[in-house]
Design a protein around this ligand. Sequence first.
Ligand code: FPP
Ligand code: MG
Ligand code: MG
Length: 352
Amino acid sequence: DEVRNRRVDPFNVVQQEVEVVSERLRLSVTTGIPALKTAAEYFFRRGIEGKRLRPTLALLMASALSPAAPSPQYLQVDTRPPNEHTPELRRRQQRLAEITELIHVASLLHDDVIDDAQTRRGVVSLNTNVGNKVAILAGDFLLARASVSLAALKNTTIVELMSQVLEHLVSGEIMQMTATTEQLLDLEHYLAKTYCKTASLMANSARSIAVLADSSDEVCDMAWSYGRHLGIAFQVVDDLLDLTGSSSVLGKPALNDMRSGLATAPVLFAAEEQPALRPLILRRFKHEGDVALAMSMVEATQGLRRAEELAASHAKAAADMIRCLPAAQSDHAEIAREALIQITHKVLTRKK
Ligand code: FPP
Ligand code: MG
Ligand code: MG
């Protein structure tokens, strides 16, 4: 009952601790080189930190597997340098949450260069501000800081897991860029790319949290699977929002995927019903009027609905993973699990 009474916004459950992680990120991305400092700090500034979904997931997973709530000392900012080893489990898991966010932001900096994006999170993109060269180097710098921090955890399993994420991010991006005609129409290819681009970071971050907690292989697998399913659901919803959302709400241009030549899940489902869409997908919507034409074709099919169902089925699979974990050892763990399940619902209804 107590657990039910405290059923609140899942982001509130670890909000204070996410704030601690954000503050430490702000302190730790500084450097003595002014131009690099300004660039590296860009998306960690207060107010444009985004939803901080990844640190939230990491800390909720830490709590879900924990025998007790973290003691109040862990809600203070850890001021030790990132290259200094820390023995306390909760601090180690906080560091993993930081590393996850560093990798995420680095990938966004590089992505905005590749996509020639003008805006991100409702502000001017870093590449627009400082140019591609400095933006790329700022991303590299964040990856370097993430690597040092990861090494300082002195756990080779998580070094391996998080390094694989970097490989996946790069592979996903290249898969998207170089898809063959056959692959462009193939939902399996889309899903493999989506795992690499979006789900791998969430999956392997969740798994690393479980590894740090010395969880059984089975629990580590379940943490990974939760992140994978949630990540895929998240990306499919992202694809839907790109087609149905407005740019002012999204903080980035709408219909951007088709404009940049990408056919996402709703469009692929639509093409199964409406073969006339296929040539547009294959020429990456580059003829005059293709985007508008494709959009009207998509709307005349079940494409949007089928993509919603795909997202919902992955969200449900993610929630089921949490329900199947071995019994929670504390109220705190129970509440965190409830929050992880609520996030699977929130992902489906988000507007940005
Ligand atoms: C956003 O996708 C981009 C990603 C999720 C990953 C991008 C990965 C790279 C650029 C490879 C380099 C990786 C590292 C680790 C530096 P999007 O363009 O579909 O979405 P958007 O609308 O948010 O821009
Ligand atoms: Mg992009
Ligand atoms: Mg991109």
